[in-house]
Design a protein around this ligand. Structure first.
Ligand code: FMN
Length: 218
């Protein structure tokens, strides 16, 4: 039986009631790609030194920053099936210079972040990720969350496959960018879905967390 294709949800999720924080321009010039490829490792131990807002900006840009426009669609650093971009990026800020701790949403269109829930979520993150200590110790924890119908509206059930493939593209961008910045990161696939989904206020069905990416200063 063929499941009917759903309607396409809006391309951009907005939190209009919250003030936007404009991020510094992502202008960092780092090591050569070939060196980043050789150097990249999963790093799980971080010092207590914060990461900077400039570094956070560069990491968000690497994940989903806008790099072009085609027929009115904003194209991004990571490829996406049909340029439908199912991912939303949230960041748990644990220790970033000049930012309050809390959960932020990345606004792709204007390279800004919005604080959606202020507070210290280190211990919640630790429990939700089966006591993997790097999510507690990281300066920032990136959450890759997918709105499946953005892709299913065109590709039907195969849209699920494309969404999971795209998570890998975004993850590798974060890994290589962290390496180039001299920071450490690891992709985390082992976590309690309901717990993380609840923390960022999504239903786990129409939108669900696929991967978690702590980044910290080694
Ligand atoms: C889909 C996926 C899920 C992963 N989940 C975890 C995880 O939950 N915890 C963890 O410590 N590492 C996790 N990793 C990282 C792998 O353990 C790591 O990539 C592997 O050991 C190879 O090491 P390297 O990344 O340093 O080359 C995951 C990697 C992938 C690709």
């Amino acid at each position: 039986m063929i499941t009917p294709k759903p309607a396409r949800p809006p391309q951009f999720k907005e939190y209009p009631e919250m003030p936007k924080i404009k991020l510094p321009k992502p202008e960092f010039k780092g090591i050569r790609l070939e060196d980043a490829l050789k150097k990249r490792r999963s790093i799980r131990e971080y010092s207590k030194k914060p990461i900077t807002l400039t570094e956070l900006s560069q990491l968000l840009f690497s994940a989903q920053g806008v790099t072009g426009k085609m027929h009115g669609t904003l194209l991004r650093t990571a490829p996406s099936a049909g340029a439908l971009y199912p991912f939303e990026i949230y960041v748990f800020v644990n220790n970033v210079e000049t930012l309050k701790n809390g959960i932020y949403h990345y606004s792709v269109k204007d390279h800004s972040i919005v604080l959606i829930n202020e507070g210290n979520f280190r211990n919640e993150l630790l429990r939700a990720s089966l006591e993997q200590e790097m999510v507690r110790d990281a300066g920032a924890v990136f959450i890759l969350s997918a709105i499946f119908d953005r892709v299913r509206s065109k590709y039907g059930e195969r849209g699920y496959r494309y969404t999971y493939m795209e998570a890998g593209n975004i993850s590798q961008n974060i890994y290589l960018q962290a390496t180039s910045l001299g920071l450490g990161s690891v992709v985390v696939g082992a976590f309690i879905d309901d717990h993380i989904n609840k923390l960022i206020g999504i239903d786990g069905k129409k939108e669900a967390v696929i991967a978690i990416h702590p980044v910290g200063r080694p």
